[in-house]
Write a protein that binds this ligand. Structure first.
Ligand code: HEM
Length: 151
């Protein structure tokens, strides 16, 4: 029999796959390929690709939070095993970093591309890349906490 917990875990993991897998693709595949292009081609491409990806991440975050909150309520809330609480902690940190990236840094890329200020755009993309690397490492650590916390 399929329980609500199983459905929540399935959706939770789908959200994680989209978010963490998307960061792997952006960092290890899209970015090196885009480096070959001129700034005039590269920055509009990155602006468009990141804008679409950030939409998917936003949906994933809503799903991860709703399903994570539901499952947490079933495994004891604040009395859950410590790795589950650690997962929630690093997960929320990842979400805050994403919020900074989406609402403070990405608009700088958009403004630079619109005004064709390529050096500014490249600097803003560089800042986004550093945060994505941090979030990627946190994502892997968070998955490890999730696996450790199985009850
Ligand atoms: C931010 C709030 C989050 C909360 C409240 C939360 C909560 C939970 C809970 C309660 C479970 C079920 C644990 C169990 O089976 O006993 C779970 C599973 C899991 N979570 Fe999260 N989570 C959050 C974010 C994340 C994030 C951001 C990631 C990864 C980047 C993640 C990765 C996982 C994984 C891989 C599992 C499956 C563990 C397994 O069954 O092996 N979680 N989560």
């Amino acid at each position: 029999m399929i329980h609500a917990f199983d459905v929540a875990l399935f959706l939770h993991l789908l959200g994680v796959v989209v978010w963490v897998g998307g960061m792997v693709f952006a960092h290890f595949c899209l970015r090196p390929a885009a480096q070959e292009l001129t700034p005039q081609s590269r920055l509009p491409l990155m602006e468009s690709a990141l804008g679409t990806f950030f939409g998917w991440v936003s949906v994933s975050i809503v799903v991860i939070l709703l399903t994570g909150g539901f499952m947490l309520s079933k495994v004891g809330d604040m009395r859950a095993p410590w790795p589950v609480l650690a997962m929630a902690g690093t997960g929320v940190l990842m979400m805050l970093l994403f919020g900074h990236l989406r609402f403070a840094m990405y608009p700088r890329v958009q403004r630079a591309v619109q005004a064709q200020r390529w050096p500014d755009g490249a600097a803003a993309i560089g800042s986004i890349r550093r945060i994505v690397v941090v979030n990627l490492v946190l994502g892997v650590v968070t998955i490890a906490f999730g696996v450790l916390g199985r009850v």
